[in-house]
Each structure stands twice: as C-alpha cells, then as structure tokens.
Ligand binder design. Structure first.
Ligand SMILES: [Fe+2]
Length: 277
C-alpha cells in the first residue's frame, strides 16, 4: 500500500506567519503539511488560504484530534469533516498520531500517549479500520513522545509500532525528534531502538528541535534541530524508503532563511542516500 507513493522531497509545516516567505522562496520548499484541524468545515478566508496554498504546493493534511487510541471509538462527525478535507485536497497521503486526544467525548487538548500494549494495539487497529472505510487515501501514523513509558506497557515502542503498522497496512510518519526524545526520556539505548525500528514502513519523516525542562526533553518545536537529531535523521534516511522530510517549527520563529538552510540540509541527506536527486 505504501510502496507506490510518490516522492515529495523536503517540506515545512505550514504556519500562517510563513505565508509571504513561502511565496518568495517557493523553490526551496517542495511540499507543505497543513494542520487538518485548522481547515475542517471552513469557508471564507481560511478556505481561500487553503486554495491558495494548494495552487502552489503539494499539501499533506496532518490531523490532530482523531484520537485513534480512544477505546470509545472515533467521532463520526469529525471523521466526516476530515474525509471532506482529504477529498478536496486529494493528497498522496495524510497523517495522524498514535495517541488519544479525547475521553468521554471531550477533547483533552493535547496528544496523550498510549501504553505500549496488545490492548492498545487492538484499539488503534479497530479505529484505523473505521477511518480507512471512510478515507481511502493512504494514512500514515506518527510516533509521539511521552515523558515516561505509560504504565501497562508490556512491549517496546518499536514492536508496538510494528504491530500497529502490520495490522493496519499504514505507513509510518517517523518523527525522528520524537524517537530521539523518547529514547532519552525513557532511558533507552538509542542504537537498540534504531535497530528494532520498523524502517521499511516509513513514508515520511518529521524533524524539529525541542528543549530541556526539569530533566526532561520536550518536543516543543521551538528551537533549532540539535545535532543528535540530525544524526538520527541521517540514519533514518539511510535505512528507510523516505518520500518526504518535513521540518516542524511552531514557536520562537527564526528568520525564514534558517528554516530554508535546514530544508537544504535535509534535502542533501536524502540525496546522499539516493532518496531523490
Ligand atoms: Fe511530529
């Protein structure tokens, strides 16, 4: 299912402050990821913004609030809104997180981690099957961070992801920053994690910079990408059939040329491994 997807190259998570710079530097940005939730059931100005972006860049919708880890199932109205957006954009793939964001029908406002357990795999697989019946465009799933391994976990993260991907047929949106962050916060040996990671399922990578807070590494998307994460990216691109690398920057926005320099570095990493020209 993921082997015939196109190669997009290097991209940026779209944030409205980037708009003017994006159009001035169109050659440096191959695709954009848009936060799906910002464009569900919109009209007027937001719809015009979406259409303008879609005219000039390939767009990949990235969802936040599907809550694939909710045992109560998927909100059908939210899913239908998402399906309409994906249908409008006709992207090569779209993405969501392996997380839960809703409990008792209420949005909790952040991506909460799941235990790495068979029960959690079953819930995610059941929900993804519901989603795949509504949206036939390939869905790729993103690994998230957690400050600690959630109690009830009885598998390693890599094995948990592998099982979810095998049973759903989904590709992996491998966030290399999240991978690195969890290895640090969970006290795991990075080489061990990398050796078990399901690289063959990767479609796209995420890349970002975090910060230290009270002994924990936080994936805040607010700082430059650290050298340790660039090193993981190099190994990911060497190991995985990567079709796109996307830089996420949400806060503390630097001059746009710094983001372009990061994209160029990611592009070069992809070239070195023969992922694109
Ligand atoms: Fe990410």
């Amino acid at each position: 299912m993921t082997t015939d997807l196109p190669t997009l190259g290097v991209g940026l998570g779209f944030r409205p402050p980037f708009l003017a710079d994006l159009f001035r530097n169109r050659d440096g940005v191959d695709f954009l990821e848009i936060t799906a939730d910002h464009y569900l059931d919109v009209n007027g100005e937001k719809l015009r913004e979406l259409d303008l972006l879609a005219e000039h860049f390939p767009l990949v919708p990235h969802g936040l609030d599907l809550s694939l880890g909710s045992a109560e199932g998927i909100d059908p109205r939210y899913l239908q809104s998402l399906a309409r957006l994906v249908d409008r954009l006709k992207p090569p793939w779209w993405s969501e997180h392996i997380a839960f964001t809703r409990a008792g029908g209420i949005s909790i406002g952040h991506l909460a981690p799941l235990p790495f357990s068979r029960e959690a795999v079953d819930v995610v697989v059941r929900n993804v099957e519901v989603v795949q019946r509504e949206i036939s465009t390939p869905l790729i799933l993103e690994n998230i961070t957690s400050p600690l391994i959630v109690p009830g976990s009885d598998m390693e993260e890599a094995d948990f992801l592998t099982e979810v991907l095998d049973r759903t047929g989904c590709g992996l949106l491998c966030d290399v920053t999240n991978l690195y962050t969890n290895s640090v916060n969970h006290g795991q040996d990075l080489d061990h994690v990398l050796a078990r990671w399901p690289w063959d399922r990767v479609v796209q990578l995420h890349l970002a910079g975090g910060h230290w807070d009270d002994g924990l590494l936080i994936d805040s998307h607010a700082h430059p990408v650290p050298s340790e994460v660039w090193a993981v990216l190099d190994r990911a691109v060497a190991n995985a059939p990567v079709r796109g690398i996307l830089l996420e920057r949400d806060e503390n926005l630097p001059p746009f040329k710094e983001l372009l320099a990061d994209l160029e570095r990611a592009r070069e990493a992809g070239r070195r491994s023969g992922r694109w020209n």
